[in-house]
Design a protein around this ligand. Structure first.
Ligand SMILES: Cc1ncc(COP(=O)(O)O)c(C=O)c1O
Length: 369
């Protein structure tokens, strides 16, 4: 265990504020008692406000992938044709999950770094009316690109009325993701990104259309059976033993979020992200996002400068500067590095990264061109 608090600039898990850590040390309570009921009601109500939804919403004890798996197994049936639009590692993984449960996954793939084109989704749905659902990642953490879920939703829901399942793991609570305003059926996210608490909880919203699909969905489900979650939540409980300590932290973190105010929080993320992109370009580095207007406000992906070794950069930033950056993922593991700026983050945290890069990159042979 590191005794020194690092400047943890990976795109999740994110740093946890000290007062949230303290809240998580509260004494244990009965998860089937009145204190829990009060807590889960407050949390659910506040999460609905962050999701901007009046849909049902559930807290799961799992990482974000649990929420995405729940979206799939609760709405789809084996053999259903599903369109998985992707331009990165997490978009691919959402499709892989549906495939693992027996969906017939049609891949609509874009170059990594590009945004998903809503027109491509339209064409794919026009070409194959038997598609029942569309999977999309709001913020592609692996490439630092925020996809235009609003426009994609207009196509999927407005024009074709298909089920729309959204991975909002690295956007919700940081970037506006109005679930009802955009008419998204299932939206999943996780605790360790925008919510300033450790990994271990996932949140998912369920629309009326999703509940209808749930009635006939035949994919196997047990731990993530949301019909069970609904029945229990009506009694102020969860079906299985929840991560109570993380929920203490979440209750506290949500109070902090509303103290700051959602609009201020969105604005903080947008301005820190803009600062990051500008500073990165001033260093003579290039963004990985091909369309800067869709570059993410929660994570900036930077092209690795020619001749600089990715592993060495990560190591030197960590050992010499106490800053933890993320490498790329999958096929671009060594092609980029990523700076996370979501949740508990200030501009000063990023200024430290930029100053450190100015010291470290030249030692690795980088000369701004
Ligand atoms: C966009 C996106 N989707 C899914 C996941 C997977 O979430 P988890 O690792 O919490 O299961 C992540 C995690 O980084 C993510 O960023």
């Amino acid at each position: 265990m590191s005794p020194v608090k690092q400047n943890l600039r990976i795109p999740g898990p994110t740093p946890v504020p000290d007062d949230v850590v303290e809240a998580m040390a509260d004494p244990m309570i009965n998860h089937r008692g009145p204190e829990f009921l009060e807590m889960i009601e407050e949390i659910t109500e506040k999460l609905k406000q962050v999701f901007m939804t009046q849909n049902d919403l559930f807290v799961l004890t799992s990482s974000g992938t649990g929420a995405l798996e729940a979206a799939i197994v609760n709405t789809l049936s084996v053999g259903d044709k599903v369109l998985a639009a992707s331009a990165g590692s997490f978009g691919d993984r959402f499709g892989d999950c549906a495939e693992a449960y027996g969906a017939d996954v049609q891949r609509l793939e874009y170059d990594w770094g590009d945004p998903i084109d809503p027109q491509g989704v339209r064409k794919a749905l026009q070409a194959d009316p038997s598609i029942t659902a569309v999977l999309v990642t709001h913020n592609e953490t692996s490439t630092g690109v925020t996809h235009d879920v609003e426009s994609i939703a207009q196509v999927v829901k407005g024009e074709f009325d298909k089920l729309f399942l959204v991975d909002a793991v690295s956007s919700l609570g940081c970037i506006p993701m109005p679930v009802d305003g955009w008419n998204c059926d299932m939206v999943g996210t996780a605790s360790q990104k925008g919510f300033m608490i450790p990994p271990g909880l996932a949140f998912i919203s369920v629309s009326e259309a999703a509940w209808e699909a749930q009635q006939t969905s035949n994919m196997p489900k047990f731990y993530f059976d949301l019909a069970a979650a609904k029945g229990y939540l009506e009694r102020g409980q969860t079906p299985w033993t929840p991560n109570v300590s993380a929920l203490f932290g979440l209750r506290f973190a949500l109070r902090k979020i509303f103290e700051e105010g959602l609009e201020n929080l969105f604005e903080r993320h947008a301005s820190i992200a803009q600062y990051t992109r500008d500073a990165i370009k001033d260093l003579g580095l290039d963004l990985y996002a091909t369309d800067e207007s869709r570059a993410s406000d929660t994570v900036t992906a930077v092209k690795m400068p020619a001749g600089v070794n990715s592993g060495q950069l990560m190591d030197m930033m960590r050992t010499e500067e106490n800053i933890v950056l993320a490498a790329g993922q999958g096929k671009i593991t060594t092609d980029i590095f990523r700076v996370g700026h979501m949740g508990y983050v200030s501009q000063e945290d990023i200024e430290l990264v930029i100053e450190a890069l100015k010291r470290v990159l030249p030692k690795l042979g980088f000369r701004a061109g």
